[in-house]
Design a protein around this ligand. Structure first.
Ligand code: DX5
Ligand code: ZN
Length: 223
């Protein structure tokens, strides 16, 4: 994973689920190379989305890099299913509960040859991620409280993002920095300035009828 070049990742959460295969093609035709998939369990977050079967179905229709964001408890219990479904990256939350441990789960993901990501809710300090930063490929700094698309960007998370970049660059670490939630052409540049190179965009990418244009506008805003 290249952690310098800015990449826009459409989030499937904002797609039309009655025609997922077409929406995946729409994202691809609009220039997306990575797709973000939000898995919600109705317990870790107050919403239920989809599971490994959706990831496997999407995989059948695209070669795009699949960035799977698990907003679930007991990710370790389910991890093999997401690996088998064809995920390229699996991101787990530092605040979630695990049957084994967070560290074991990260190592299992990497052990299977995937990239491993760690996510922090807006209220969670960077300090909670410190023990894991040499075990991950991606740090996701949530810019909304996870659970729903269409929420407003929380600018107060930006000092944490900048601190994560500083920590990486001063400790010889290699994780990419991803932001997720409320990313539009006016907020993406703020996150870019604070160190993000992976921009998850739901409403702002799939929302407009001309997705090619929305992807170009988003990319231009962080170029
Ligand atoms: C929020 C999800 C996001 C969501 C972002 O809990 O993790 O990935 O799709 O949606 P927007 O871009 O609409 O804020
Ligand atoms: Zn997400």
């Amino acid at each position: 994973m290249n952690c310098q070049t800015p990449v826009i990742l459409p989030s499937l959460l904002a797609a039309d689920w009655s025609r997922v295969a077409d929406e995946v093609k729409r994202a691809e035709s609009a220039g997306a190379t990575m797709l973000h998939l939000d898995v919600m369990d109705g317990s870790f977050v107050d919403n239920i989305s989809f599971g490994p079967q959706m990831v496997a179905s999407v995989r059948k229709h695209t070669q795009m890099y699949l960035d799977v964001h698990l907003m679930i408890h007991r990710a370790d219990h389910y991890i093999e299913r997401f690996i088998k479904a064809g995920a390229n990256n699996i991101t787990i939350h530092v605040e979630a509960g695990y049957d084994t441990s967070l560290l074991h789960t990260l190592r299992r993901i990497r052990g299977a040859g995937l990239h491993a990501g760690l996510a922090l809710n807006p209220a969670t300090p960077l300090q909670d991620a410190l023990p894991y930063l040499d075990e991950i490929d991606l740090l996701l700094v949530m810019t909304v409280v996870p659970g729903f698309g269409g929420q407003s960007f929380m600018e107060e998370t930006m000092p944490k993002l900048a601190a994560a970049r500083h920590h990486r660059d001063t400790h010889g670490l290699k994780y990419c920095l991803e932001v997720d939630g409320g990313i539009y052409t006016n907020t993406a540049p703020i996150a870019r300035q604070h160190g993000a190179n992976l921009f998850v965009c739901g409403t702002s990418s799939f929302g407009p009828a001309d997705m090619g244009q929305s992807m170009r506008d988003l990319a231009a805003s962080v170029a």
